[in-house]
Design a protein around this ligand. Structure first.
Ligand code: PEP
Ligand code: MG
Length: 576
């Protein structure tokens, strides 16, 4: 009988093969008294040494296969084995209580894993898996047992496991392992990150029932839907085979566009950039052919932790993104907290209309230290790439001027402190409040660029809370009122010789793209997965034609009419 297991699609794709369930053995060592604790400590040290040699080998192999960055996971593992807190706890226990090394290791490992799992920070919680992985490796050396050797799997299969350690994942034989599914894990667990780098489909967090899948049972791994299907019927199997071929064919088709410029048929060039929220997204942006980062939502650096990130922590994150983008433009938006985004460790005022309250720059201007720390980190990182700083949620000119003043003051202080900054750093603002769109001509004199945040611009223009399902029908990116505002913004910027981007969801919407192109939008920033389809679409459009068509579209009275018009034009209709 077919069984379905719902999890999280952690690495995209569809795989079909027979199940290869890994046995998950939980070994609990017996407590023994040893006669010579010093000799036991020596035995433990020897096991650590062997584990270090193994890890060094895996580190080197990973570096060759996946590059330096992924190999860093194993540098982290090697550091765990040098951590005095862990090692001293184990050796102290052996010496003080004359217990066997296996028992001391098990106790310390369980304690550290448990402590990490109780932390609020998701990243730190994720490190529990690393400690478990490393301690398991030392335990294997002590017991003389082998770590599972996944490089030796010789039949085509889908690996099913309780969890996969990063070292398991790095060793997968990609010739034969078509994908994997785990009972536990999240999108940010290391095995998920590694799966994305290896480019194999993975579903994680599919639940304990996964262990009931028999070895050799047919399994479909649909990471698009985040589902594992065991023992599909012949008809289902056939359907999934067709879905897989469609997916693979489309992927191959889109891959052709990765290194190409974003140019229309008549030679008009635009920039397709990525929206990111965390450091890990940068690689995804590059893999999808992003020509820049159009929006780094920095609030995610502040979330999922128990205190504000320090200036140095922020500096390191910004430097990482800038260096990784290697000179391509990177627009970093200052903190946009408030609305639906809260920080558990910061007492924010309770408001009855949070989206209309002290959000983003409004909040930062009342807590200047928050913004100043971020600006200093940004300025210090500026020399590592092509940084552009962007302020969110501006309604009136005074807000922009206050933010710019703070930026100038921090710049002056840093220069006085002898810091080296980039020579030019463009400063821009988001257009997401209708007041700013209407007065765009005045703002355009004060910034280097605009980026239109349509998610908010639409909610504020339509007076329809973006979180309220019952008014979601008013999210109408192609409504003439929204298109007219966008045109006003682009025209105002153009008159001042400034460029305009868009980082709201609308920028990746295939019906909106031809219109935005025709209105003269320069940069389209979207989720990485939308970039290649957008580049393919733009390659088929004529800028000249769509300039005229956009003019006509703005005269319709409803979004429906606009969308019908655009679709007719795209399908070669005669409504010209
Ligand atoms: C927007 O409002 O369109 C935007 C990109 O910002 P956010 O979605 O983060 O509010
Ligand atoms: Mg916004």
């Amino acid at each position: 009988m077919t069984r379905y297991f719902k999890g999280i699609g952690a690495s995209p794709g569809i795989a079909i093969a027979k199940a290869y369930p890994l046995k998950s053995e939980t070994f609990v060592p017996e407590k023994r008294t040893v006669d010579d604790p010093e000799r036991e400590v020596e035995r433990f040290r020897e096991a650590v040494k062997q584990a270090q040699d193994e890890l060094e080998l895996i580190r080197r192999q990973t570096e060759e296969k996946l590059g330096q960055e992924k190999a860093e996971i194993f540098e982290g593992h090697l550091l765990i084995l040098e951590d005095p807190e862990l090692i001293d706890t184990i050796e102290g226990n052996i010496r003080d209580n004359a217990v066997n090394a296996e028992f001391a290791l098990h106790e310390a490992s369980a304690f550290f894993v448990e402590t990490l799992l109780q932390l609020d920070d998701e990243t730190l919680r994720g490190r529990a898996a690393d400690v478990k992985d490393v301690c398991g490796r030392v335990m294997n050396r002590l017991r003389g047992t082998e770590s599972a050797d996944l490089s030796g799997i010789s039949e085509a299969c889908i690996v099913i496991a309780s969890d996969l350690t990063p070292s398991d994942t790095a060793q997968l034989n990609l010739e034969t392992v078509y994908g994997f599914a785990t009972e536990v894990g999240s999108r940010t667990s290391h095995s998920a990150i590694m799966a994305r780098s290896l480019g194999i489909p993975a579903v994680v967090g599919a639940g304990e029932a996964l262990r009931e899948i028999r070895p050799g049972a047919w399994v479909v791994l649909d990471a698009e839907e985040g589902v594992v299907v065991a023992d599909p019927s012949p008809e289902e199997l056939e359907e999934y085979r067709k879905k897989k071929s469609r997916y693979d064919a489309r992927k191959a088709e889109l891959a052709k566009w990765v290194d190409r410029p974003s140019v229309t048929q008549d030679g008009h060039r635009v920039e397709l950039a990525a929206n990111i929220g965390q450091l890990e997204d940068v690689q995804k942006a590059l893999d999808n052919g992003a020509e820049g980062i159009g929006l780094f939502r920095t609030e995610f650096l502040y979330m999922g932790r128990d205190r504000l990130p320090t200036e140095d922590e922020q500096f390191n994150s910004y430097k990482y993104v800038l260096e990784k983008m290697n000179g391509k433009p990177v627009v970093i938006r200052t903190l946009d907290i408030g609305g639906d985004k809260e920080l558990s460790y910061m007492e924010l005022p309770k408001e009855s209309n949070p989206f209309l309250g002290q959000r983003a720059l409004r909040l930062c201007l009342t807590r200047p230290e928050l913004l100043r720390t971020q600006l200093r980190a940004l300025l210090r990182a500026s020399r590592y790439g092509n940084l552009k700083i962007m302020f969110p949620m501006i309604a009136v000119l005074d807000e922009l001027l206050a933010a710019k003043r703070m930026l100038e003051e921090e710049k002056a202080k840093l220069i006085e402190e002898g810091a080296e900054l980039a020579e030019t750093i463009e400063v821009g603002m988001m257009i997401e409040v209708p007041a700013a769109a209407i007065a765009a001509d005045q703002f355009a004199k004060e910034v280097d660029f605009f980026s239109i945040g349509t998610n908010d611009l639409i909610q504020y223009t339509m007076a329809a809370d973006r979180m309220n399902e019952s008014v979601s029908y008013l999210y109408q990116p192609c409504h003439p009122s929204i298109l007219r505002l966008i045109r006003m913004v682009i025209d105002a910027a153009r008159r001042e010789g400034k460029w305009v981007g868009m980082c709201g969801e609308m920028a990746g919407d295939e019906t909106a793209i031809p219109l935005l192109l025709g209105l003269g939008l320069h940069e389209f920033s979207m989720s990485p997965g939308s970039i290649l389809p957008a580049r393919e679409q733009i390659g088929k459009l004529s800028y000249g034609e769509w300039t005229a068509l956009a003019d006509r579209a703005l005269q319709f009275a409803s979004q429906d009419d606009v969308q019908t018009f655009v679709r007719q034009q795209l399908s070669g209709g005669d409504n010209k």
